[in-house]
Design a protein around this ligand. Structure first.
Ligand code: 16G
Length: 165
């Protein structure tokens, strides 16, 4: 049950009714021509990908069955205006459990203030529960901590470390 399991929305949008002229759905190949990478570019470096590279990567993700890339399309513009991804990671620990990761949450600057970030994160968090993940994690900029806290996320004692290549 969507409304019982998420933060309040005002106006009351939902995955099936994300707002006037908008649809929430899984990513599809044609989204390459609907500005999918333009939206990703608002998060980080996301360019120089050929259609062949995109299709190959997307096919790989679909074959694993563990990638849930969702988008919001503005149907009158025929453009992607928001996206987010849930990745399910498989573990031996916790009785061969699954762990969810939320990645690449982006709402286009032309579409801010429509609760779309909230909708995407709520949707993927709920999905991770349905898929029996024992936890769900994400990395975010300090300025976004308060946003994710609304969904029950909290800073952990663990330190996020990385090595970049
Ligand atoms: C943010 C994103 C993460 C993305 C990273 C890219 C969320 C919740 N977090 O941390 O998913 O991979 O930015 O930054 O959307 P990078 O280009 O420096 O790796």
């Amino acid at each position: 049950d969507w409304s019982a399991n998420t933060v309040p929305f005002s106006p009351p949008i939902s995955p099936s009714q994300p707002g006037e002229g908008l649809v929430l759905r899984p990513l599809c190949t044609a989204d390459l021509n609907r500005g999918f990478f333009k939206v990703l570019s608002q998060l980080t470096l996301a360019s120089d990908v050929t259609p062949e590279q995109f299709i190959k990567k997307f096919e790989h993700m679909k074959l694993t069955g563990d990638y849930y890339v969702i988008v919001v399309e503005d149907t009158s513009l025929g453009q992607i205006v928001a996206t987010a991804t849930l990745i399910v990671e498989h573990k031996f620990i916790h009785s061969c459990a699954k762990r969810g990761r939320i990645e690449e949450v982006v709402v286009s600057d032309i579409c801010r203030g429509k609760q779309l970030g909230k909708l995407l994160v709520s949707c993927l968090t709920l999905l991770s529960r349905k898929l029996d993940c024992y936890k769900i994690t994400l990395e975010c900029a300090p300025k976004n901590v308060a946003f994710y806290e609304k969904f029950g996320y909290s800073a952990s004692d663990e330190t996020y470390m990385q090595r970049r290549f």
